[in-house]
Design a protein around this ligand. Structure first.
Ligand SMILES: [Zn+2]
Ligand SMILES: [Zn+2]
Length: 85
């Protein structure tokens, strides 16, 4: 699986879903999280956890614990992914 130039739609969907809050039975994020996904993904590839968490939370300065753990999850999946920058 090497698609170095474009972020896979699947990865974006996954990122959006995590940011939106993954629950059992929920298979897709809301529109606003889907729109945020490309930005979140590019932050995630820089490895800036704090910035990623803040972006998910929608706060510029600090993120809640929930969004911090979402950020960790997203960084975890993007590390396995090909370069998406
Ligand atoms: Zn959402
Ligand atoms: Zn939050």
């Amino acid at each position: 699986m090497s698609t170095p130039t474009t972020p896979s739609a699947e990865l974006l969907r996954e990122v959006a879903l995590i940011a939106c809050g993954r629950r059992e039975g929920k298979t897709r994020s809301c529109r606003s999280c889907a729109r945020k996904a490309p930005g979140l993904l590019s932050i995630a590839t820089t490895g800036a956890l704090d910035a990623l968490a803040a972006a998910i939370c929608g706060s510029l300065s600090s993120a809640c614990q929930d969004c911090r753990s979402k950020a960790e999850t997203i960084t975890g999946i993007t590390l396995d992914a090909p370069c998406v920058a």
